[in-house]
Design a protein around this ligand. Structure first.
Ligand SMILES: [Zn+2]
Length: 154
């Protein structure tokens, strides 16, 4: 998606959980705990994937996209289908998307990634870059000092 930004990938954390599971330090009951809400969201708004569940290996994982943000008002925290996201991204300035993978067979679930979507991503790239670095750093504090030096020269 064109406006996707600030992507956070949780695959390392997921691998860590799976390692803990293999090592016997956590049980499947700890990680296969999808709530009825999450499973419903997966059934009605989920995006089927080709990836096998890493726990039961009998079902493919479903991705659920949750949206958060002030502009969403009462829709915040709801699940949306993947096809609805580009439409929202064109109408809203900014909202957060959390992608959760769910297995409807064994209830395994884990955060896959999060990212920002929205119109702000189309224009904002150049403004947010180098300028902020200058203002945020020592340059802001140097303002009065520069002025004093100019006055001294007069
Ligand atoms: Zn499974």
């Amino acid at each position: 998606m064109r406006t996707q930004r600030q992507v956070v990938d949780y695959s390392l954390r997921k691998r860590a959980v799976l390692r803990e599971l293999l090592a016997g330090r956590v049980g499947t009951y700890d990680v296969c705990d999808a709530s009825p809400y999450l499973k419903n969201a997966a059934r009605f708004h989920g995006e089927p994937t080709e990836n096998r569940c890493p726990i039961c290996r009998s079902e493919n994982l479903t991705h659920v996209h949750y949206i958060y943000g002030d502009e969403l008002k009462q829709s915040a925290g709801q699940a949306r289908t993947l096809t609805e996201l580009p439409v929202l991204a064109m109408t809203l300035r900014e909202f957060q998307v959390f992608v959760v993978e769910v297995c409807l067979g064994c209830d395994w679930n884990h955060l896959v990634e999060q990212y920002l979507l929205g119109r702000d991503g189309l224009a904002g790239d150049t403004e947010a870059g180098s300028e902020q670095g200058v203002v945020g750093g020592s340059a802001a504090g140097a303002g009065p000092a520069v002025r004093r030096r100019r006055e001294a020269q007069r």
